[in-house]
Design a protein around this ligand. Structure first.
Ligand SMILES: [Zn+2]
Length: 144
């Protein structure tokens, strides 16, 4: 899936976030995992957000979670996003705990709800970066 326009600003990897962006290119979601307390955290940083340990690994996580909160953008703030309007910016809480600022894609914005289950999708931008986003999987057995 590629919905990028040439003028769309892209995230820039830092030294601390490079493993996150490099794994996204392989369509894997890697998050820092503390060896001292066992917690995952995001956004990337040199120390555990829970216990401040610097002893961690980058581990692949499920890519599943729930919408913690979201907003729907109806107003254009950057010309490159015109084709996306209206679009959803959300905080997704991963099953493993960390919360990511992201987009909910592939569903009508009117169907987006807090606490809705989501799964990851990877948006490959032709300029060489892959942006992790989320979608709401098709409803299992819940009523329509
Ligand atoms: Zn820790």
């Amino acid at each position: 899936m590629t919905d990028a326009l040439p003028g769309k600003p892209l995230p820039r990897a830092s030294a601390e976030s490079l493993p996150y962006w490099e794994s996204a290119k392989q369509h894997k979601l890697l998050v820092q995992h503390c060896r001292a307390c066992g917690q995952f955290w995001f956004p990337p940083s040199a120390r555990c957000h829970h216990c401040l340990s610097g002893d961690f690994t980058w581990d692949e996580v499920s890519g599943e979670g729930r919408i913690y909160s979201f907003v729907v953008y109806h107003r254009l703030y950057h010309p490159a996003f015109e084709r996306d309007l209206p679009y959803v910016v959300a905080i997704v809480e991963l099953r493993e705990g960390p919360r990511l600022l992201t987009n909910i894609v592939g569903v009508d914005w009117k169907d987006v709800r807090c606490d809705a289950p989501v799964k990851i999708v990877f948006d490959d931008d032709p300029r060489g970066i892959t942006i992790p986003k989320f979608t709401i999987p098709e409803r299992q057995s819940s009523a329509a």
